[in-house]
Design a protein. Structure first.
Length: 754
């Protein structure tokens, strides 16, 4: 591990080097951006210059075609009315054809890139009048018998759609496949000029065709260029290119061209017929393009691409970046040396603090800390002094708290050896702390608990598995004198690994067990000594009321009613006490089965309608659309519902409604809510309202005089089938009691019934 002094040096070096890299990267990025901008400007200007030269060369096509259209022989022929010159070309005399042929030959000799000049006369329905063609031997005139009819050709269709006197450059034509023509195939660039015509006369046209590649190379001949250049037609066919350094120096263009150095996205732009300028980076090259989109739309479409290697463009920025790194390395070394001296000065007091704390012994004076320093290190030293003082006081306070706890506190390790033994533990087990620390906790346990906990600790130590430690358990313990007594205990796990300990709290429940035995004796006495006489008294009163009440006066009759009511309430109280005891002891028999909660609630509310009438209120049902199934004992569920309905009816003002609502709750539960508009539950009894013998004081209940066991009974009944009871209340607004039961899935219904 690095020391603080080393970390400071490393941090300073890292900061210096990082700053060098960041600033260098920023400068490099700025230099690269500037170089790229300059390269783009240069490439764009070169592409525009080449585009301008191409368009200028193409203008000679138009000039030559117009010169032909202005020839005297052709102009005289165009002025003859159609009625005086019928036929498919016989209107041109041989002399006129010789004149036109001579003109064509002169133009062909002046334009070495021209491959063919054709005249289709007006009224000839596409028949050639004169055609001059360039072959290897020179310029030849096509004999009359070899002249063809162009009426069904693509060029003728284009010519017939032009306005008289207008012109058009069709796309470059190839004899076969367009995109990858072999070297022996000639790409043709053609101009079509529609001849002026009188009304009613079909127009003729002049077609001049040139070798598109030679035209592109000748047009660029002599251009002063410093980068690789590509010339493509409007649909992406490569016409000429210059790639190597030798070519750049000589200014010569390749013919036939190569596609190998063109990027795919550049070809994509060209195939789309893009006329806008664009910039593409591909394969270590920048490609700037000019599509000639700002010129005459009738002129031929050329895509001029000029490229420059990225490495060449970045030579100057990369050289500057290398120099920056060298300077940054030197600055980093210097900052490391300075930081080393500064770090030693900073860390010397820290080392003093570490040595002092390392040698400190608990409950001894803390001396040697540099607390006199006025900087942050002095603050740390003074903070340690304060911390030691507070820890000492905290330990004393914690020990006092532990000693004041009525439960015994025992701390053991995973081997069962006692680490701590509180004063209450000493009093409970009659052992002194010094006598048990380091010994096995088994000395406090009789058999079979001793063997069981030895096995439990071994399993927990080896696998980390076992019953939850925090769960409160009851068992028998043994005092020093061998006396066995009941305890209640739980353990909490602290730490992990080898330092893991178990902190246990132990409570002597001898008195509680004695009280439970007394309560059981009381319940038994109630059952045998009180229930039987009450049954006899109640039967006698009922018999007397049935046979002799007619002879009683009004006062005697009221006394009889009070006696019957009191004996009935007392009998019900005895039954509730016995039932509650059986429920809490798990002795109350119940028979759970699948129950449609919606139908069950509706049936209970309907059958206990007289209870609502008795208190002058009404029960209102609010049920869901679908059926919901639960797994409960129908009788015990009805018993819990009746307790809650009875309370809601008693505490509701006359004329109000008690709503009984059934809804799905939290996805896996169904909630049955009994909602009244009574006085609400006072704050001082909300915490104990569901416990035994809790009742709300209310003026309208004075006559009832009942001890409140219903909620405790309902809670115990619901919990027997994994349910729960909760409530919401507000003073003056009413109270809502909720019974939550787990919903039985459709797949579990048959299993539960089985």
């Amino acid at each position: 591990m690095f020391k603080i002094q080393q970390k400071i040096v490393l941090l300073s070096c890292a900061i210096a080097w990082t700053a060098t890299l960041i600033l260098g990267a920023i400068d490099y990025r700025a230099d690269v951006t500037q170089a790229e901008d300059q390269s783009v400007q240069i490439l764009t200007r070169q592409a525009a210059l080449i585009q301008e030269r191409l368009q200028h060369s193409a203008s000679f096509f138009v000039y030559d075609a117009r010169m032909i259209s202005q020839a005297a022989a052709l102009r005289r022929r165009l002025q003859i009315p159609p009625s005086q010159s019928p036929g498919l070309g016989g209107e041109f005399t041989d002399e006129e054809k010789r004149v036109l042929t001579r003109i064509f030959r002169i133009i062909m000799q002046a334009r070495p890139t021209y491959k063919e000049i054709v005249l289709v006369g007006p009224g000839s329905h596409g028949r050639e009048i004169v055609r001059v063609t360039r072959v290897d031997a020179g310029v030849t005139v096509t004999p009359k018998n070899d002249l063809i009819n162009r009426e069904n050709t693509e060029l003728h269709e284009i010519a017939t759609e032009l306005e008289p006197g207008n012109w058009h450059f069709p796309e470059v034509r190839f004899p076969e496949e367009r995109k990858r023509s072999p070297p022996d195939m000639v790409a043709m660039q053609t101009l079509i000029l529609s001849l002026p015509a009188q009304a009613g006369r079909p127009t003729g046209y002049v077609a001049i065709s040139a070798d598109a590649r030679k035209f592109a190379v000748q047009s660029l001949d002599g251009a002063q260029l410093s980068n690789s250049t590509f010339v493509l037609d409007g649909v992406g066919n490569l016409l000429a290119s210059r790639l190597s350094d030798d070519d750049i120096e000589s200014g010569a263009f390749q013919d036939p061209p190569s596609y190998d150095d063109l990027p795919a996205n550049l070809m994509f732009h060209s195939n789309e017929g893009a006329e806008e300028n664009f910039l593409v980076r591909s394969g270590g090259q920048f490609f700037a393009s000019d599509g000639g989109g700002q010129g005459d739309p009738r002129m031929p479409k050329f895509q001029v691409v000029v490229s420059e290697p990225v490495a060449k463009m970045r030579e100057i920025p990369e050289s500057a970046a290398r120099n920056s790194l060298l300077l940054g390395g030197l600055a980093t070394f210097v900052s490391g040396v300075i930081a080393g001296g500064f770090a030693f000065w900073i860390t010397r007091p820290l080392a003093q603090i570490a040595d002092t704390l390392r040698e400190y012994r608990w409950n001894t004076p803390l001396e040697g800390l540099p607390s006199g320093l006025k900087d942050e290190i002095g603050d740390v030293a003074r903070a340690f002094e304060t911390l030691i003082e507070r820890l000492t006081k905290s330990e004393m306070r914690a020990r006092a708290i532990v000693e004041s706890i009525h439960d015994a506190l025992i701390v053991i390790d995973l081997n069962g050896h006692i680490l701590e033994f509180s004063g209450m533990a000493e009093e409970m087990f009659d052992y002194r702390r010094a006598e048990v620390v380091g010994r096995s906790v088994a000395i406090l346990m009789p058999e079979p608990y001793k063997s069981q906990y030895d096995q439990y600790l071994k399993r927990f130590r080896d696998t980390g598995e076992g019953e939850p430690l925090e769960k409160m358990r009851e068992m028998q313990a043994r005092r020093r004198n061998g006396e066995i007594f009941p305890i209640e205990f739980s353990f909490s796990s602290l730490g992990s690994g080898d330092s893991q300990t178990l902190v246990g709290t132990v409570r002597d429940i001898t008195e509680r067990k004695r009280a439970e035995e007394m309560k059981d004796g009381f319940i038994s006495a109630v059952n045998h000594e009180l229930r039987t006489p009450l049954t006899a008294i109640n039967a006698a009163l009922n018999l007397l009321d049935e046979h002799a009440s007619s002879s009683f006066d009004e006062k005697s009759r009221r006394l009889m009613e009070l006696a019957l009511s009191g004996s009935s309430r007392l009998a019900k109280l005895v039954n509730d006490i016995l039932d509650l005891r059986r429920i809490e002891s798990g002795l109350l028999a119940h028979h759970a089965k699948c129950l449609n909660i919606k139908a069950a609630v509706a049936d209970i509310v309907n059958r206990y309608g007289p209870l609502a009438e008795r208190f002058q209120i009404a029960f209102q049902l609010d049920l869901p659309q679908r059926d919901i199934t639960v797994f409960v004992d129908p009788g015990r569920f009805e018993q819990a519902m009746v307790h809650l309905l009875s309370n809601a009816a008693k505490y509701s003002p006359a004329g109000e409604q008690v709503t009984v609502r059934v809804r799905e709750h939290e996805g896996e539960w169904v909630r049955v809510s009994i909602i009244d508009k009574g006085p609400g539950i006072p704050d001082n009894i909300r915490e104990r309202i569901i416990e035994s013998f809790s009742e709300i004081e209310s003026e309208n209940l004075v006559s009832e005089g009942r001890i409140g066991m219903g909620l405790r009974m309902a809670k115990s009944l619901v919990e027997t089938f994994s349910g729960r009871i909760s409530f919401w209340t507000e003073i003056g607004a009413g109270t809502s009691f909720h019974i939550d039961l787990p919903i039985l899935d459709a797949g579990d219904v048959g299993l539960a019934d089985g």
